[in-house]
Design a protein around this ligand. Sequence first.
Ligand code: ASP
Length: 435
Amino acid sequence: MRKLELHWQIILGMVGGVLFALAMVQFDWGPKIVSDWIKPFGNIFINSLKLIAVPLILASLIKGVSDLKDISKLSKMGGRTIGIYLITTIIAVSIGLTIVNIVKPGSSISEETRNELVENYKGDADSKISQANEQKESGPLKALEDLVPSNIFSAASDNGNMLQVIFFAIFFGVGLILIPAEQADPVKKFFDGFNEVILKLIDLIMLAAPYGVFALLAALVVESPSLDLFKALGWYSVSVVLGLILMIGVYISLVWIFTKRKPSFFINGISPAQLLAFSTSSSAATLPVTMERVEEHLGVEEEVASFVLPIGATINMDGTSLYQAVAAVFIAQAFGMDLSFGAQLGIIVTATLASIGSAAVPGAGMVMLVIVLAQAGIPEAGLALIFAVDRPLDMCRTVVNVTGDAAVSMMVAKSVDKLGEPKVKEWSDHYKTSK
Ligand code: ASP
């Protein structure tokens, strides 16, 4: 019998998890059973993905950079990567601003609902605000300073320091290019082999993906707030989701125009990573799968994918920046503020920077939203308004973050002549278990 394709297996797992949780919440003891006996498996699944993120970046980036054999190729690719990332982020923020100004979701929210939301979520909002304040207190060059770790082991010991690991790997790769080939070869061979092992581990972890997402979504459903609040924030959520869908359309078109790859090819290739981004709300946790999909199913050569994707996972968050723009204007509308054109232009700049600064973990976009609000003079307490629906929107924006990285990697690959045929054509074969 033909095995179900991976993305269908994952979708089945997701739907199964939601239905199971909806059945369990009918019983008083149901939620506790899910939290105690199902949720841990979701956590194990996410942890196993995070576990290989740092070794994967190290091995694949060192191999990727050293394969370039030439520093000028590296700077060319670097320039294009950052340039295209910036452009897509600005497009995303602009789409968000346009939609929120047309739909005006904040104007339809009644004062009563507003007060209720502010009251209910004040504590949660305050904790995000204080997290943001810690980041805000640092000087303007802090981000640059943080790029260079003083110790690679301590940098690699924290998944939040991904950029430092990336810096080390690129630096190390440059060193490898510059030494004589006979000395570089054994080191390169080691990282080649290391890389293969990690890719195999990703295959193995993906075998558990349908069960992992079942557990993650079941836990999410039993822990989510009441549906009434969702309704109050309906138009706001619709605005964010609409913008995100449009952004996916933008990627598909860009890929089509610049690389001549059909939408179905792109979506089929990347969909398992999208589904995982949705289930985990973390581009960092999804990174191993994004890399594997892009290299093996979208035809991006390893030296490009291993460079563009880890950087993208940490700095290119188009879904997050779009959401920050919509959320900021929504909060302003809900408080009856009229934002001038200049203030909205300011939001384009701050949302772009804030999304670059957001960590690739669940809820990070909301922390950085505080900075966008502060800059635009919108009350930070407004964060409480959008708290109830943040998790589902986080799931959706993470899908866009990951899709954007994959699309840009294809464009960069095309521009440096490194976009080929996918390694795995019949990709369900790839995940077949030997029974
Ligand atoms: N969860 C998002 C990500 O990991 C970041 C965010 O909160 O917007 O890509």
